[in-house]
Design a protein around this ligand. Structure first.
Ligand SMILES: Cc1cc2nc3c(=O)[nH]c(=O)nc-3n(C[C@H](O)[C@H](O)[C@H](O)COP(=O)(O)OP(=O)(O)OC[C@H]3O[C@@H](n4cnc5c(N)ncnc54)[C@H](O)[C@@H]3O)c2cc1C
Length: 446
């Protein structure tokens, strides 16, 4: 009889993992709390158009994701475009894409510009990732870029992304961010090249769902798993008043939820799970009559603006895909217990629209066709100093129970390419566990 595996969480991680496991001959069931799969990559409707609830781009360096798209026969649906980026600083937006933009950038003087260029080069060549995990981003940025650049550019950017937690962030976080951004350029003269799949992540999630169904994977959507426990030699997945048994269970939900539902873990494992802090997001999607500008991303180094950045999706995506409108995302990454996260939609909307008017003097709220606010309590684990050393192994002390989520990304940023990497590692962990050797180890653990 095929091994029965439950995958808890139907995001990109759970789905790609389920596909691997099913193709290796296992009988797989996905449990997803929402009515449909996709998680953070799921689409939603705005102003009559369907696009990603949170902004997503693909980079040429996303090799695992590109391989998955190929496997899903979606390579021909990929679209690539060179897009610009910009900086909002000192009350003005400055283009920040090409060498010429960099030279003309008025916010830093010529000596600091040289230092900035050399520092970025050094960052992309840095290989001692263990050392980077041991120092704070602040310490490292001050050393590489100097105090002036740190205070003027980097600290506001760190604060924008991490809030007050920026002071505990490790240098490996900023290194990974720089490395990912520069992965989008072919050389220093060029603008970033970003990609997307026609129809957005809805196309990818739909195709994955089809392939999963063809591979025999069962979907249990709208099911909030509340416990995963040992049940004799098997594992029981509990929801509502139902309990189903499986040979293996892989929990792919964020760590705070995993700690709640996997209460049979050893006390020290639970302690480690509970010590991982997460940031959530409050994100506005705006469908506008006309474009704000031509940059895909405007980084914000100004504490008066209530959002972290402005992402104009239609600088990349054809506006026809959005009914002729311009789609803009305004994200703010925050702790899910913070007052801002708990603010009602009308207040968030008011503060974001005011912020947008402050950035774009010509922006008129009457241009807004539709505006929606989205929240997710757990988006990424805070990249604190030493977090690489505290990463949890996938195999837990409970035989057959595995944990796999984005907190296990080593020295990388949160993106689907890394997520697929974690799914592949989890598939390997499940396969290894099927051997007699692992079974013996389980006995020892118990
Ligand atoms: C604002 C934003 C921008 C991003 N931009 C990019 C980008 O440009 N490029 C890129 O590659 N990536 C980007 N990402 C990252 C990308 O979305 C993630 O890497 C990916 O979606 C993570 O998938 P996951 O399955 O690990 O997690 P999730 O998507 O969080 O999936 C977890 C799933 O578990 C479910 N769940 C939770 N609790 C339970 C329970 N008790 N029972 C059952 N189910 C449960 C949830 O409903 C969810 O569907 C972005 C993310 C955000 C938020």
């Amino acid at each position: 009889m095929a091994q029965r595996v439950a995958v808890v969480g139907g995001g990109m991680l759970g789905m790609t993992l389920a596909l691997r496991l099913a193709r290796e001959g296992r009988s797989v069931t996905i449990f997803e709390r929402s009515p449909s799969v996709g998680g953070l990559a799921a689409p939603w409707e705005i102003g009559g158009a369907t696009w990603d609830r949170y902004y997503h781009v693909i980079l040429r360096s996303d090799v695992r994701l590109l391989a998955l798209l190929d496997e899903l026969d979606l390579t021909s649906a990929l679209r690539w475009k060179s897009v610009g980026s910009a900086f909002f600083i000192d009350g003005r937006i400055h283009p920040f894409s090409t060498l010429a933009d960099f030279v003309a950038f008025p916010a830093v003087g010529p000596i600091d510009k040289v230092r900035l260029g050399l520092g970025i080069l050094k960052a992309t060549r840095e290989r001692d990732l263990e050392q980077l995990d041991a120092v704070t981003a602040e310490e490292w940025l001050r050393k590489v870029f100097g105090a002036k650049l740190y205070e003027r550019l980097w600290q506001p950017l760190l604060r924008a992304k991490l809030g007050d937690a920026y002071a505990q962030a490790s240098a490996s976080f900023i290194h990974a961010t720089i490395a990912r951004l520069f992965g989008a350029r072919k050389n220093s003269r060029q603008r970033e090249e970003f990609g997307y799949v026609e129809g957005g992540y809805a196309t990818i999630v739909d195709r994955l769902t089809e392939r999963l169904a063809e591979a025999g994977v069962r979907f249990k959507t709208g099911v909030d798993v509340n416990a995963v426990r040992r049940s004799g030699a098997a594992l029981a997945v509990a929801y509502d008043s139902v309990s189903e048994t499986y040979d293996r269970v892989v929990v792919t939900v964020p760590t705070p939820i995993a700690a709640r539902i996997c209460d049979a873990l050893a006390p020290d494992e639970l302690l480690r799970l509970r010590s991982i802090r997460y940031h959530g997001i409050v994100c506005a999607s705006l469908l506008l009559d006309r474009p704000l500008g031509n940059a895909y991303i405007t980084n914000i180094a100004d504490s008066r603006i209530p959002f972290t950045g402005a992402i104009e999706m239609t600088a990349l995506v054809d506006r026809d895909a959005l009914g002729g409108g311009s789609l803009v995302y305004l994200p703010r990454y925050v702790d899910a217990r913070s007052p801002f996260y708990l603010m009602n939609d009308a207040s968030v909307q008011e503060s974001f629209v005011l912020g947008l008017q402050r950035m774009h003097r010509t922006f008129d709220p009457s241009q807004i066709r539709a505006l929606r606010i989205s929240r997710a309590p757990y988006v990424f684990a805070l990249p604190e100093v030493g977090s690489a050393r505290r990463i949890l192994p996938m195999q837990t002390s409970v035989p057959g129970l595995f944990l796999a989520n984005s907190s296990q990304i080593v020295s990388g940023t949160l993106n689907v390419n890394e997520t697929i990497g974690i799914a592949m590692q989890a598939a390997e962990a499940v396969a290894e566990c099927a051997t007699g050797h692992e079974e013996a180890r389980y006995e020892a653990v118990c």
